[in-house]
Design a protein. Structure first.
Length: 278
């Protein structure tokens, strides 16, 4: 197997990690231009999507919309209730982008750190499942706003700052902002496992495998059974051409994760690595 094939396997592995380790990784997308011209607003997008609804669905949405128009500005409780209803309406119709947009509206009214962080998470999740380039850009913009607002309310939450950095690096036009956040965290918290893991992922994605190996090995010194670190270290060793070590680490991951679908991914990678020796 050529190195390019290994690289393809890395993409598969990272996608699998998003499923099996809590979805922390924002998968960087190639920008496709399904609706790529002119200005965009979620309101206009909602009008387009509403036109495709069944009559009963249109009636249901119209009732919520009319209720929103009637709410007095000071009635924040009703605003929050109706925004959540609208969010659930679109999510139930398999439109995560509009579902996330209205959850973001709810979070802005709620105004708490938890609500803004949750909104960022929902927007990032919608980003992962959306292909339209213009919608993608708007989703990540709102996600960044959500995480930034949450950080302003609690600047000591390391996991939150990692989410903000990851969104900058993987989805925005300003990846260096995210890298800067991670470096600041690393300087102040050199033994913080989530920070080391985030930097390790970035090192892999940028082809800096020696740096990735150093960071991931440090994690395993701190937490010998950290499955994510083992997994990414296996990827790193494969990229460095250390196939036997990569296979050993992948097999360790299988024992620790013990998930049928996950193990299928591992078995395919191991099979490809072993085929290089034949």
């Amino acid at each position: 197997m050529q190195k390019g094939q290994i690289a393809l396997g890395v993409v598969t592995i990272i996608l699998a990690l998003a499923l099996y380790f809590g979805g922390k990784t924002v998968v960087k997308k190639e920008q496709t231009a399904t609706v790529s011209t002119g200005s965009f607003s979620f309101e206009q997008y909602e009008e387009q999507q509403t036109a495709k609804l069944l009559p009963a669905e249109k009636s249901q949405l119209a009732a919520i919309t009319e209720a929103l128009k009637a709410v007095k500005p000071a009635d924040t409780a009703t605003f929050k209730k109706l925004y959540l209803q609208t969010s659930d309406f679109w999510k139930n119709l398999n439109n995560p982008a509009l579902g996330a947009y209205y959850f973001y509206q709810f979070a802005k009214v709620e105004g708490t750190k938890v609500a803004m962080e949750n909104a960022g998470d929902v927007l990032v999740s919608a980003y992962k499942s959306t292909e339209d380039s213009v919608i993608l850009n708007n989703l990540i913009t709102f996600a960044l706003r959500s995480y930034e607002d949450a950080v302003l309310k609690d600047g000591n939450d390391v996991d939150l700052k990692i989410k903000l950095a990851d969104a900058y690096v993987q989805g925005s036009q300003e990846p260096m902002k995210g890298i800067g956040i991670l470096r600041q965290l690393s300087d102040s918290l050199p033994d913080n496992v989530p920070v080391l893991l985030a930097l390790g992922r970035l090192s892999i994605q940028s082809g800096q495998y020696d740096k990735a190996k150093e960071r991931l090995q440090k994690i395993l010194q701190l937490e010998p059974q950290n499955t994510e670190a083992l997994y990414f270290l296996a990827i790193t060793e494969a990229q460095l051409g250390h196939d036997d070590e990569a296979i050993r680490l992948f097999e360790m991951c299988k024992l620790l994760v013990n998930n049928i679908e996950f193990n299928k991914e591992i078995d395919e990678i191991v099979k490809n690595l072993k085929s290089k020796k034949v």
